[in-house]
Design a protein around this ligand. Structure first.
Ligand code: SF4
Length: 428
């Protein structure tokens, strides 16, 4: 779909367009802005997010009761908490060294919980703080229950042309069971409004949910494919101890999860979706540029509580508590909780771990091939990854065991003396 030019940036931002290998192979800086507010806490969620009740009434709560909050929350925003947070974000922008973003990604949390005026203000702050002429993709995450026409308009006017919309499943009984606060009809309304306003939309789906069947998952995928989104993200349920599901002892069936993942991959491939990253599928040319910055181990700046950055070899993470973040940034202190510069084997391993998430493979640094020669050989012998000239990629079986493969490239290492393998041996 040809999108109308956006007045906000120098060039029209057309999510999923203007991308091509030439750009994707070049060095990019991604700008990520975290908006932590949510209308409740999904039962599987371990992201840093603050339910409405917690933001409005004091101490942070891990979980909030699911409710049909669409009407109550749509357009309400988080009041003075949002205003203070947005001020803190702009303060953090001023505290940071300047950079030239190639992509902008507003994630959360649920950015669409902000009021339309707050979204417009956030985008204006980005423009005041950065040279935005080079931005080729601008994305905002949204949930159906809080996406309204005035917010779509504010985002579009502010230069955002790509939305990542959380659905998870089309089955209303499952949506209630996982603590979502929308139903499928609400999603459809939001999706159609977004497409009607000229956005490219990526849809999030999940498999392995409690009570989900293979037939139910097929039904969800079919219903989403009928809407012809350019991009789909598909995540398997992973139960973390810190979530409500974790506390309740919810378990997921690994065999069923694998079957569901396989069925989904095959179905989406038949419809022409490129499985370009373990959890991401796109019609040709609609791959997310911003997310590929992470997997290509390129540089990015993260703003907001709990946001991560990777600049000049240093990885850093901001404090995750909303109040601590605001207090630090507004008093002129960088709100960083943790920073480290990865070196040697750790740095090389992280690059391999990230690059292997790209299903077309990647070209590791020669030093990485040398440092991890025993692991690479062992994984190849097990049929989990493949060398194709200078490139490494997961096999089909490796995709299903991606966590097992990744664990070989992060500390603690089983072969700490692998540097002794010569470069010549490693690339033989
Ligand atoms: S909407 Fe997203 S960030 Fe918010 S609680 Fe649910 S999964 Fe977590």
């Amino acid at each position: 779909m040809q999108l109308s030019p956006s007045p906000a940036w120098k060039e029209p931002i057309r999510g999923g367009v203007n991308r091509g290998e030439e750009y994707l192979n070049s060095r990019s800086v991604g700008l990520y802005v975290h908006v932590p507010f949510c209308s409740g806490k999904c039962f599987y969620c371990d992201f840093v997010s603050v339910p409405v009740q917690a933001a409005s009434h004091g101490p942070r709560r891990r979980h909030a009761h699911a409710s049909s909050a669409r009407v109550r929350n749509a357009g309400r925003g988080q009041g003075r908490h949002a205003r203070r947070y947005l001020e803190a974000l702009e303060a953090e922008m001023r505290l940071r060294p300047s950079c030239q973003p190639r992509t902008l990604y507003i994630g959360g949390g649920t950015p669409s919980e902000l009021e339309a005026g707050e979204l417009a203000g956030l985008l204006a702050a980005v423009r005041r703080s950065y040279a935005t002429d080079g931005i080729v993709e601008a994305t905002c995450e949204a949930n159906p229950e809080s996406l309204t026409a005035d917010k779509l308009s504010a985002l579009r006017r502010g230069g955002v042309a790509r939305l990542s919309l959380g659905l998870q499943t089309t089955e209303n009984r499952l949506l209630r069971r996982i603590g979502r606060r929308h139903d499928f009809a609400c999603f459809l309304e939001a999706y159609r409004a977004a497409r009607g306003a000229g956005f490219e939309v990526s849809v999030d789906l999940m498999f392995g949910l409690p009570g989900q069947t293979v037939a139910g998952l097929r039904g969800s995928i079919d219903a989403v494919l009928a809407l012809e989104p350019g991009h789909l993200s598909l995540y398997g349920l992973d139960v973390h101890d810190s979530t409500l599901f974790g506390e309740r002892g919810v378990r997921h069936d690994e065999d069923l999860g694998r079957e569901m993942f396989e069925i989904s991959i095959e179905r989406l491939a038949r419809e022409g979706y490129h499985h370009y990253e373990i959890s991401n599928f796109a019609l040709p040319g609609r791959e997310s540029i911003h997310n590929q910055i992470y997997w290509r181990n390129e540089e990015y700046v993260g703003l907001g509580c709990a946001a991560a950055s990777y600049i000049n070899g240093e990885r850093s993470t901001n404090v995750d508590r909303l109040q601590d973040y605001c207090d630090a940034a507004l008093s002129g202190r960088r709100p960083v909780a943790y920073a480290e510069t990865l070196r040697g084997r750790e740095r090389l391993g992280e690059g391999v771990m990230l690059g292997l998430r790209l299903l077309d493979g990647f070209e590791p640094e020669p030093e990485a091939l040398a440092a991890f020669a025993p692991e690479i050989a062992a994984l190849a012998a097990k049929g989990l990854l493949r060398r194709e000239g200078p490139r490494l990629r997961l096999t089909r079986e490796g995709v299903f065991l991606a966590n097992v493969v990744a664990s070989e490239f992060v500390p603690p290492f089983e072969h700490p003396s692998a540097e002794t393998v010569s470069f010549k041996e490693a690339i033989a």
